[in-house]
Write a protein that binds this ligand. Structure first.
Ligand SMILES: [Zn+2]
Length: 294
């Protein structure tokens, strides 16, 4: 018995030794962008990015948080977009924006957190309205954002404000934005309070679990970005051309939270590969060049 066990163990170790390194380790180890023209390569959940630029740590209307992660790298269009949005934040009475994760210096799967954020076109923005923009590096590691969604996931908290609504509307109305992820309770509240005349932008606000202390902006593939894969289904498909304030949204605060008593059959077969399982062979071929670039 012991002999069989040690044989199995040895076999396991031999396989591990030959295994291809994980893409998230390779991309997670990068400290600077590739010296290439900007190009998002692949999809938000499976790709990498050439020629990213770094969001400056601080600006007149923003601060990047958690600097130790070195994830404030984005496609130039994303950096431009965030800076403009932080100016819009001044108009709603905030000092600016606290910026969370964008991408690693060369994009790619991350060593922790997020399945997406791989091609420089996703960014997290904190729900915490900045009162000051002179936080030290240490402050930016220590301070946390605030939940705008209740612990039972059904409603917004007192932290949610009209200013949040205005900021998200302004972001979603930008043509460069593909979609924005928020907690379902946040979208429900926005559906309830949006004016009847101007609701087209609401289509881009999408309910995704976990987005209670930040919102997640996803930009469309920039014009001419031939290696960038547009996401399907589109938000227009998902909301059947409407504003998404429908039963698919209510589902998140009903059946999703109180599932029917008979659990659905788990699909058999191996678990599909997640972002942290990817090796270079799982990513578009150009990602090898992105890694190899100076
Ligand atoms: Zn995100």
């Amino acid at each position: 018995m012991m002999r069989i066990l040690s044989f199995i163990l040895a076999m396991g170790m031999a396989t591990a030794a030959q295994a291809e390194p994980k893409a998230n380790q390779l991309f997670g180890a990068q400290t600077a962008a590739s010296r290439q023209a900007p190009m998002p390569i692949g999809s938000y959940n499976r790709g990498c990015a050439a020629g990213l630029v770094q969001m400056p740590e601080s600006g007149p209307t923003w601060q990047v948080m958690r600097l130790s992660r070195n994830r404030a790298w984005g496609h130039p269009e994303m950096i431009e977009f965030l800076q403009a949005l932080s100016v819009a934040a001044r108009q709603i009475g905030w000092a600016g924006l606290y910026i969370g994760d964008i991408s690693q210096p060369r994009g790619g799967p991350m060593t922790s957190g997020h399945a997406s954020h791989q091609i420089g076109l996703d960014a997290d923005v904190w729900m915490l309205p900045p009162r000051r923009l002179d936080l030290t590096v240490a402050d930016r590691e220590r301070i946390s954002s605030i939940p705008v969604r209740s612990a039972d996931q059904r409603s917004v908290t007192a932290n949610w404000s009209r200013a949040h609504h205005t900021l998200l509307r302004s972001a979603a109305s930008d043509d460069r934005v593909d979609r924005i992820f928020v907690a379902a309770a946040v979208k429900l509240e926005m559906c309830r309070t949006a004016t009847r005349a101007d609701r087209a932008w609401l289509q881009k606000i999408r309910p995704v679990p976990g987005h209670d202390t930040h919102f997640h902006i996803r930009l469309k593939c920039p014009r001419g970005a031939v290696a960038c894969q547009t996401q399907t289904p589109t938000v227009a498909d998902l909301s059947k051309g409407g504003d998404g304030c429908d039963e698919t949204l209510t589902w998140w605060v009903t059946d999703y939270l109180d599932p029917p008593k008979t659990p659905p059959q788990r699909p058999s077969g191996p678990r599909p590969k997640g972002a942290r399982d990817f090796t270079l062979s799982d990513l578009p071929a150009q990602c090898r060049e992105v890694l190899a670039s100076r």
